[in-house]
Design a protein around this ligand. Structure first.
Ligand code: SF4
Length: 696
């Protein structure tokens, strides 16, 4: 796994790694190491789906790893919660302190202890392995990990089964690619490279997005619908396809159930009706439907942004019907691509050992409602252990989240690489290693290769891998089960529920799982639904009370609602190009590239409010307010404002980010996910930039 390559500078070794970040592409990395120091990180050209190209964020990974603000020693809080003032302590004291507090709380009721984690690393070893074993053994509350993808995943599953998207390696053979809620240039750069190749070969690219993103502006066509109306648009497209008999009847007959019911359902979703809901023209709907149904291969690249609204699960369910209706699944390069996670059978039982619960059934807390849970869960949450996440910045309804973390009676432990917004509220901070310093295996959600990560350098300072930290905590709490002594190599080997050899894979760097490239996975059906077919009619959905057929569920904060009289603008907060969720915000060069927290607003909406370009605006609703710099631009459609995210609150001028305005009192129709993009706001001028600059 470590070798010197021909032509490398003397003494430089290449260590094979895997990008751990919450991005579908999971690039295979080459870490250039000399004298124990990582000099640079590059992509591995031999890794077929990513081909040696890294995004701007990870191309600067050494800047992140050797960042002067890395947390290198355990810390104990000395200031007030939220102040971020700490003193250095040793590991022994840190572990003993945490173990003593958790033991005391657990003796009363272990459900009062809550883990909080997500995709700070996508690695299966440093993610939910030893950590979950620890909490299962402890009997702590279980966490529903819903913050990103659960609504869309649930909707996709009802129609098509698990997400086994089109192989990115053949996407360049598509003749039509629909980027549906997908800014691939920011969020799926290797898919975008294939789409560019497809474009060179004559393919048409169409973006469906409320925002003229970097991707949308490079597509042939951009349909700028209102946020939360994607489900209606999909129904309108199906209406036209059925009305004009552009249906692949042979495919539908062989490989789907419920077509008659679907035909009946979509008959009422005329382009006139749908255009009124989506805020687009009838012509756009008619034209897209006909082009989609008559072009082969046709590929829908959907992404998770569109499911961050009340009807997000249903919207994805509707979109997933389209490739079955037209027979797009017949082609390897045709069909649906939400994710490829369903291609892999991860052995979560081996990794996280739920048997350690010994029959206990702790309560479940939804991470998307953490602010509310901290305020009123019963029994109360008295301790939180946060790892691989930064909830004070990324969770919705941020005012409430911060208030919860500020509770003096809450004992908070945070495993982190940097002093995030959440770290500022910690009682004890435990320094964690970065991807260059630990071992892992990463399952992608944008291609078909498991990618291994070898440690390239020794941990910096006193940082430790998450696995090691939970081993130490387990030992300190007297958990003697043998599984707490498993090595990281053993954890990696246990990650896949199939016969494979992690040792061999880490030497190569990756291993393709499942069908060979170029296979049309669903040409002959074989979907992972209860019937094995595309389920236009879902008995499972009916049993769950969701309605068996595709439908439209409007946003809770609809631009046509009473609420819109006070807050007439729909705000979305998609990823900023140089950040990844809240990771990388503290990397100076990347933050400089983003500038400062901004609000894109259409010229007409700006004019109506007396908002000038580059001026500061107050953005507000009943949940809160924040100040952003206005960018007056028609990238944002009329009626929609866009706050690229997720900024660390403490790195913003007013100590706030867009989650000040998002809600946590309601969840999506399926998957219990947050409504980040179901958010009405109003905008007004704040003060002149000079005034603010003088004041800060
Ligand atoms: S963030 Fe995505 S594109 Fe960037 S290096 Fe990681 S996997 Fe590749």
């Amino acid at each position: 796994m470590i070798r010197a390559r021909d032509g490398e500078a003397a003494g430089v070794s290449i260590v094979k790694g895997a990008c751990p970040h919450d991005c579908p592409d999971t690039c295979a990395l080459e870490v250039h190491v000399k004298d124990g120091v990582a000099l640079k990180v590059s992509g591995s050209a031999a890794h077929a789906p990513t081909a040696g190209v890294l995004c701007t964020k990870v191309a600067r990974y050494t800047e992140r790893t050797y960042h002067p603000d890395r947390l290198l020693h355990p810390l104990r809080r000395v200031g007030r919660k939220g102040e971020g003032r700490f003193e250095r302590i040793g590991w022994e004291e840190a572990i003993a302190t945490v173990a003593a507090r958790l033991s005391a709380i657990a003796a009363e009721d272990p459900e009062q202890i809550l883990p909080y984690s997500y995709a700070g690393t996508m690695g299966l070893v440093q993610g939910e392995s030893m950590s979950q074993r620890f909490f299962h053994r402890l009997g702590g509350s279980l966490l529903e990990r819903t913050i990103c993808a659960s609504a869309g995943t649930a909707g996709h599953k009802l129609t098509l089964g698990p997400s086994i998207g089109v192989d990115v390696e053949v996407a360049d053979q598509a003749k039509l690619i629909v980027f549906w809620g997908c800014n691939a240039i920011t969020s799926s750069v290797h898919f975008w490279a294939r789409a560019q190749e497809a474009k060179r070969r004559g393919a048409t690219l169409i973006a469906i997005d409320p925002y003229r993103s970097l991707t949308a502006e490079k597509c042939h066509e951009h349909i700028a619908l209102l946020p939360g109306t994607d489900g209606a648009l999909a129904l309108g497209l199906m209406h036209v396809i059925v009305r004009d008999d552009l249906v692949d009847h042979d495919y539908v007959t062989r490989h789907s159930v419920g077509f008659d019911e679907l035909r009946e359902r979509v008959s009422g979703w005329t382009p006139t009706r749908v255009a009124g809901i989506c805020g687009v023209s009838e012509h756009e709907i008619e034209s897209l439907a006909r082009r989609y149904a008559t072009t082969r291969p046709a590929l829908i690249r959907a992404n998770y942004g569109l499911q961050r609204v009340k009807g997000g699960g249903m919207a994805m369910r509707n979109i997933a019907c389209l490739p079955a209706l037209t027979g797009a699944f017949r082609d390897a390069a045709g069909g649906m691509f939400l994710a490829t996670s369903g291609n892999f059978t991860i052995d979560n039982t081996a990794l996280s050992r739920p048997d350690l619960l010994h029959g206990r059934m702790p309560r479940t807390v939804n991470m998307s409602s953490i602010g509310r849970a901290l305020a009123d869960a019963s029994p109360p949450i008295r301790a939180m252990v946060v790892y691989n996440s930064n909830p004070v910045a990324v969770a919705p309804d941020s005012v409430r989240v911060a208030a919860g973390f500020a509770r003096e009676d809450l004992f908070t432990v945070v495993l982190e690489q940097f002093g995030t917004d959440t770290v500022d509220y910690a009682d004890i901070v435990l320094p964690a290693t970065t991807q260059l310093e630990h071992l892992d295996i990463v399952r992608p959600y944008g291609h078909y290769y498991m990618v291994a990560n070898n440690p390239a350098i020794q941990p910096l300072g006193e940082a430790k891998p998450n696995t090691e930290i939970f081993r130490l905590l387990a030992a300190a709490m007297g958990f003697e089960d043998a599984c707490f002594r498993d090595s990281d190599e053993a954890l990696a080997q246990s990650a896949l529920a199939e016969d494979w050899d992690f040792t061999a894979v880490r030497a190569v760097g990756w291993k393709r799982i499942g069908a060979p490239a170029g296979t049309a996975r669903f040409a002959a059906g074989g979907f992972g639904t209860p019937s094995g077919k595309v389920e236009f009619y879902s008995a499972e959905a009916a049993a769950a009370g969701l309605g068996p057929l595709p439908d439209y569920i409007p946003p809770l904060e609809d631009t046509r609602s009473e609420l819109a009289k006070r807050f007439p603008l729909a705000m979305i907060s998609p990823p900023a190009r140089h950040f990844l969720n809240s990771s990388f915000v503290n990397v100076t060069s990347l933050r400089a590239a983003e500038g400062e927290p901004c609000l894109d607003i259409h010229p007409d909406d700006a004019r109506a409010r007396g908002v000038a370009d580059e001026s500061y605006v107050r953005v507000f609703n009943d949940r809160g307010s924040l100040t952003l710099r206005a960018r007056v631009t028609d990238r944002a459609r009329r009626g929609v404002v866009v706050a690229l995210s997720v900024w660390w609150k403490k790195l913003a001028r007013d100590g706030k980010n867009a989650n000040e305005l998002t809600r946590s009192d309601a969840l999506t129709d399926m998957g219990k996910a947050p409504l980040f993009y179901d958010c009405l706001v109003q905008v007004e001028p704040a003060y002149a930039a000079q005034t603010l600059e003088a004041a800060t």
